[in-house]
Design a protein around this ligand. Structure first.
Ligand SMILES: Nc1ncnc2c1ncn2[C@@H]1O[C@H](COP(=O)(O)OP(=O)(O)OP(=O)(O)O)[C@@H](O)[C@H]1O
Length: 233
């Protein structure tokens, strides 16, 4: 949950510019929400603050009983590695490493033991993502395959919340549609919440909750009305 958040940036002349101002933004366990809106409106800033990557100038970021915004960077880093998954627009894989190593990479930097069970989960997730050979080097993969690896990496530690920043924007429309479906379904299977930023209409329509980011403020779309089923007529 984000409360009373403000983030200021400095413009080229050094003047303070308010980039983000959020009164309250809460995400329920297992909920799926997408932030959309014009370029420069503050979507990435909002996502980074929510994910504990950036710290707000004022306000509180709390997930469960952790007040992430009050924690030192090293403590926040550990919380991020253990509790959240993050899918980037440009995958952020290590090209020299194979698929399996990329999926497990953050585990080597955390207190987690990469034991047989975790390795087996990584292999199973790779397969779930349509990557049957986890020994292939990331550097030879197509863009769609790279994003499949990135989604598996974001899910391997069973995070409570998955954040995704424009996860389909660097893919062609057809691949983006497939990867978007895979992301939404794979996250739903784990029961994690999913908070995404996207301009992609096909991805946005898979989210029951849509939030417009306009001039650094969040504006909730009205919830879609339930369809009247044939039987109820
Ligand atoms: N490090 C920074 N220093 C100064 N200004 C910044 C910084 N990061 C972002 N901004 C400014 O804050 C505002 C919000 O940026 P942000 O990247 O969050 O927007 P966005 O909605 O994600 O845009 P896009 O869709 O183009 O990625 C913009 O005016 C941007 O120029």
């Amino acid at each position: 949950m984000l409360e009373h958040i403000a983030v200021d940036h400095r413009d080229a002349g050094g003047a303070k510019v308010r980039a983000l101002e959020i009164d309250r933004f809460a995400v329920a366990a297992g909920e799926r929400v997408v932030l959309t809106g014009p370029s420069g409106a503050g979507k990435t800033t909002a996502l980074h603050v929510a994910a504990g990557i950036a710290r707000p100038d004022t306000g509180r970021v709390q997930w469960g009983d952790r007040v992430v915004s009050a924690e030192r960077e090293a403590v926040r880093d550990r919380w991020r590695r253990e509790t959240i998954g993050f899918v980037f627009q440009n995958f952020h894989l290590v090209p020299e490493l194979d698929i399996l190593s990329n999926i497990l990479i953050a585990r080597w930097f955390s207190a987690w033991r990469v034991d047989g069970a975790l390795r087996a989960r990584a292999v199973a997730l790779a397969e779930r993502m349509g990557l049957p050979d986890p020994r292939r080097r990331a550097g030879v993969l197509s863009r769609g395959e790279q994003q499949r690896v990135a989604i598996a990496r974001a899910l391997v530690h069973r995070p409570a919340i998955v954040f995704a920043d424009e996860p389909t924007a660097s893919l062609d429309a057809e691949t983006g549609a497939v990867i978007g479906t895979l992301l939404v379904e794979a996250v739903a299977e784990t029961g994690a919440s999913l908070v995404a930023v996207s301009h992609d209409a096909r991805l946005i329509e898979r989210f029951p909750r849509v939030v417009q980011v306009l001039g650094g403020r969040l504006v909730e779309d009205a919830p879609a009305l339930p369809r009247i089923s044939e039987a109820a007529r």
